[in-house]
Design a protein around this ligand. Structure first.
Ligand code: NAI
Ligand code: MG
Length: 485
């Protein structure tokens, strides 16, 4: 891909614009450490410009009073354009994030397209109700857009998580300002351009890249922004919640996790071991729902640990554009350091390193780490409690059903979980007992635009995906009373 094909300015009002400050920041290819592009660095004034553009769109006829059928058609058109440009977008995502091209092109992109099509179908089905109140009154509800929605997204699934928020927000008739992560701004910018090509009027979708502490914080504080949909770390989520209080913004937070993947002795062990392996190593483990705690019933513990370690050792780490690669590059030097630090802490606290644990390079470059398995992990150890966000599994033995439940729930998080058993009753009892927003039984890492996704406990609140979640997050209800006599 030639340098000039990469979009690097702010996308506001369907136009490329420089940052007011004139500043730019570098985004790197984590597989080569090379600078991919210098991207306009959005700041407070730029966010303000984007908010004005979005507000104009909401107040104008072109977007604010557009027919729902037309909105639906635009979303469908945008899905078509994303599909037609999927090779380019997949390549951009791999270059910017370091994930394998297979994952970007064959998993992320189709899921982005599905997401836009699903919410295209919602756009013209949003309706209120007629309510039987006492007295001579007609009472009905209107489902109206919230207004201007700020979407702040992370770097692990840049376009995918952007689509989880942008598609339903636009379907519900809001104007959107998308703030991509500073590590991975490129596909979001291209999305803005494609939306204009699809026919979205100026201001309906603006994209302002920049840093969290500046551009992100400005969006959260801006009185002209009505809602924030955030995905990222629990730590920043708490800051966003505090900052949003001043303007009582509508808020949804999809935060971190330390999800348990629970293997019972009566499971199909081959399937469970495969599922636990991809559950932690897919996407380099930079997955909010990663099955980073693998709980294994004692009767099969040694067998499962050996098999997990064997699979980890065979996981090919390297150039994400190579078709044989299973584990690409960690997104940034900062994240690499964080992952290596956790590996060091795991060893220091006495966990047994069963496989991996080393940094890797390709031709002396790149932020790669081996698929790493720690066995005999005590639930109190740091690597069993904190989100590592890298290819590092903590394997923990358990005694029985109750012990599995207790260990699974022994976390501040509650995003996802997996259960492997052939006993149907046990699977459902377990599904009920686990405090997490998603439970996968005899599978892991399944997503669909139709199925809600989000957290219990400190993994956040509000749900992405699913039509009910979209209505909850991106519309507000107005009750209208009419005197009949
Ligand atoms: P982060 O939470 O700082 O970044 C997520 C997004 O929030 C980015 O767009 C960032 O620019 C923005 N942001 C940061 N500070 C902000 C602020 N004060 N106001 C508004 N927006 C702000 O995540 P980071 O630092 O890149 O990664 C650190 C750790 O967070 C990871 O190691 C991982 O454990 C966790 N994480 C979890 C994610 C998830 O999907 N649940 C995604 C990304 C990170
Ligand atoms: Mg950060």
């Amino acid at each position: 891909m030639s340098e000039d094909a990469i979009r690097t300015q702010l996308w506001i009002g369907n136009e490329w614009q420089d940052a007011t400050s004139g500043r730019t920041f570098a985004t790197r290819n984590p597989a080569t450490e090379e600078v991919l592009a210098q991207v306009a660095e959005g700041g407070e004034e730029d966010v303000d410009r984007a908010v004005r553009s979005a507000r104009d769109a909401m107040e104008g006829k072109a977007w604010g009073r557009m027919d729902a059928h037309r909105r639906s058609a635009l979303l469908w058109k945008l899905a078509d354009l994303i599909e037609a440009n999927a090779d380019e977008l997949g390549r951009l995502e791999t270059l910017d994030n370091g994930k394998t091209y297979f994952e970007a092109r064959k998993v992320d992109l189709p899921s982005v397209v599905q997401c836009f099509r699903y919410f295209a179908g919602l756009a013209d089905k949003i309706q209120g109700a007629t309510i039987p109140v006492s007295g001579p009154f007609l009472n009905y509800t209107l489902r109206e857009p919230v207004g201007v929605v700020g979407c702040i997204v992370p770097w692990n699934f840049p376009l995918n998580i952007a689509s989880w928020k942008v598609a339903p927000a636009l379907a519900c008739g809001n104007a959107v300002i998308l703030k991509p992560a500073e590590q991975t701004p490129l596909t979001a910018l291209r999305l803005g351009e494609l939306a204009a090509e699809a026919g979205f009027p100026p201001g309906a979708l603006n994209v302002v890249p920049g840093f969290g502490e500046t551009a992100g914080a400005a969006l959260v504080r801006h009185p002209g922004v009505d809602a924030i949909a955030f995905t990222g770390s629990t730590e920043v989520g708490k800051t966003v919640m505090r900052e949003a209080a001043d303007t009582t913004k509508k808020l949804s937070l999809e935060l971190g996790g330390k999800s348990p993947n629970i293997i019972f002795a009566d499971a199909d062990l081959d399937a469970a071991i495969r599922g636990a392996t991809t559950g932690i190593f897919y996407g380099k483990g930079e997955v909010c729902a990663a099955g980073s705690r693998i709980l294994v019933e004692r009767a099969v513990y040694d067998e499962v640990v050996d098999a997990l370690a064997g699979r980890a050792a065979k996981t090919t780490v390297g150039d994400p554009m190579e078709s044989g690669t299973r584990l690409g590059a960690i997104v940034s030097q900062e994240q690499l350091d964080r992952v290596l630090d956790y590996i060091r802490i795991g060893k220091e606290e006495g966990a047994r390193l069963a496989s991996g644990g080393e940094r890797k390079t390709v031709d002396g470059k790149g932020y790669f780490v081996d698929a790493t398995v720690f066995a005999d992990v005590d639930p109190e150890m740091t690597i069993a409690r904190e989100e590592i966000f890298g290819p590092v599994a903590a394997v923990i033995p358990f005694d029985d059903f109750d012990d599995a439940v207790a260990k699974a729930n022994r976390t501040i998080y509650g995003l996802a979980s997996g259960i492997w058993t052939r006993d149907i009753g046990k699977a459902h009892r377990m599904a009920a007992a686990i405090q997490a927003g998603t439970v996968w039984v005899n599978t892991y890492n399944r997503y669909d635009a139709a199925s809600p996704f989000g957290g219990y406990k400190q993994s956040g609140f509000g749900r992405d995906l699913g039509f009910q979640s979209a209505l909850d997050k991106y519309t507000q209800t107005k009750s209208v009373w009419v005197a009949l006599d």
